[in-house]
Design a protein around this ligand. Structure first.
Ligand code: AMP
Ligand code: MG
Length: 424
């Protein structure tokens, strides 16, 4: 029930104020692969040694290293092949002096053997195709093996009881592999946030509906939903609210079971829209002017849900580029925080601009650009044409945003600037 129109704030201040509201969500139990991109909510401790037994790292012959001393191609050491061992099988009979076991990668080391001689260091490749030494045959060893050669030792990856993946770790493909190798099928991860998305404005039309004169199709709900999804949230499209108190109020209420509500348009200073009134009446909200371009107006507040929860609300500007850039800077960190991720800061890289970037109004300029590597191995930035905040194709052509500081009125061709890479 409060409305405050403060003077300009920095991007960081806006982000800090927003993030102060967010906490990571509750854990949920998920099948391993579905947990990709979520954050582990428990320490995972190895239930056994990995690998569980000493095993061979190569296809070859398990031998007693001492039997191979002095072996060479000219004077091979000849050993008797006593068994042929595939991965997945155990040999209990010990390998005696003068004996070898033909063994496949991953097969547990037979007792008595302390080294593996790869096929390439034996006479096996010299034989005819399909002709391999079988039980009772002999094999010529061409090279002495040191004890331990080509063996993967029990517990060399992970020891029983050791934490294999700690709580707080983002689950990527490699974590899924590690967890599967520890025998897990499910893990506890922090839940993905559900983000309700509402477009506002009498002129906004749902794609698929006929476009009346003076109307435009809804770009924002769709681009923002796609951003929500790519940053790990679950988008829920509420539709389009007309600029009337009744419609907007009803639509907002439908989104209050979400973890966050995002609206677009109607938050500009002196806006004709009723959005500001409704937002202020239905919840606590701040309207900010953020020192950035595109996307100066921004609203942030909270609505009270019927169950008593306070649902955070991010009010994006209406212009499609402003809306996307604002969501990138403020919505993405909020989603990451709810997911339990603290790595929301995008790394900046230095690139040489090939264009003049004019920045006269004291705001941080996130111009759409393409960053590519030049023949000299350095990164270059090329603007993607007209930078109007309604020109969404300039965003589509871009893979990065320039980060021109508030106090830099112009960057000239050849100047090194910061850029924020968007893809990934
Ligand atoms: P407003 O913030 O309501 O003043 O809107 C600023 C500009 O963004 C106007 O030109 C709107 O028509 C446009 N706009 C608002 N919402 C959307 C939307 N969902 N999709 C595309 N353009 C929009
Ligand atoms: Mg409007």
């Amino acid at each position: 029930m409060t409305t405050r129109d403060s003077s300009m704030i920095s991007v960081e201040e806006a982000r800090d104020r927003i993030l102060a509201f967010f906490r990571r969500l509750d854990p949920e139990r998920k099948p391993l692969i579905e947990a990709l991109g979520q954050v582990l909510a428990e320490d995972i401790v190895a239930p056994f040694d990995i690998p569980p037994l000493d095993n061979t790292a190569m296809d070859g012959y398990a031998v007693r290293a001492a039997d191979t001393t002095g072996a060479s191609e000219a004077a091979p050491k000849v050993l008797k092949v006593v068994a042929d061992l595939a991965a997945g099988y155990i040999l209990e009979t010990p390998v005696g002096p003068g004996e070898a076991v033909r063994i496949m990668t991953g097969a547990p080391m037979p007792p008595g053997a302390d080294a593996v001689v790869p096929f390439e260091e034996t006479d096996e490749p010299l034989r005819d195709v399909g002709e391999t030494p079988h039980k009772g045959d002999t094999v010529g060893i061409f090279k002495a093996a040191k004890p331990g050669a080509n063996i993967r030792f029990r517990a060399e990856d992970v020891q029983h009881g050791q934490t294999v993946v700690p709580a707080g770790r983002l689950i990527r493909a490699s974590e899924i592999g590690v967890l599967a190798s520890a025998g897990l099928t499910h893990v506890n991860v922090y839940r993905r946030p559900v983000v309700a998305i509402l477009s506002t404005g009498d002129e906004i039309t749902e794609p698929g509906q006929p476009l009346l004169p003076g109307r435009i199709y809804d770009a924002n709900a769709h681009s923002v939903a796609a951003l929500v999804k790519s940053y790990g949230g679950i988008p829920r499209l509420l539709g389009i609210a007309k600029d009337t108190v009744e419609d907007l109020t009803a639509m907002i209420r439908r989104g209050l079971d979400a973890d966050m509500l995002v609206t677009s348009a109607g938050v500009s200073r002196g806006d004709f829209d009723v959005v500001k009134d409704v937002l202020a009446h239905e919840g606590a909200i701040d309207f900010w002017t953020v020192r950035m371009k595109p996307g100066k107006p921004l609203a942030f507040g909270a609505f009270k849900a019927p169950d008593g929860r306070r649902v955070p609300h991010l009010g994006l500007p209406g212009n499609p580029v402003s809306s996307m850039v604002s969501f990138e800077l403020f919505g993405r960190p909020a989603i990451f925080t709810m997911l339990g991720r603290s790595d929301w800061e995008r790394p900046l890289i230095r690139a040489i601009t090939r264009d003049t970037v004019v920045n006269v109004d004291g705001r941080r300029f996130y111009a759409r650009c393409v960053v590519s590597k030049g023949d000299d191995g350095r990164y270059y930035a090329d603007l993607t044409g007209p930078q109007g905040s309604g020109i969404l194709t300039s965003m589509s052509a871009a893979n990065a945003l320039t980060v021109i500081p508030e106090d830099l009125p112009e960057a000239r061709p050849g100047d090194e600037i910061d850029v924020m890479l968007l893809d990934g």
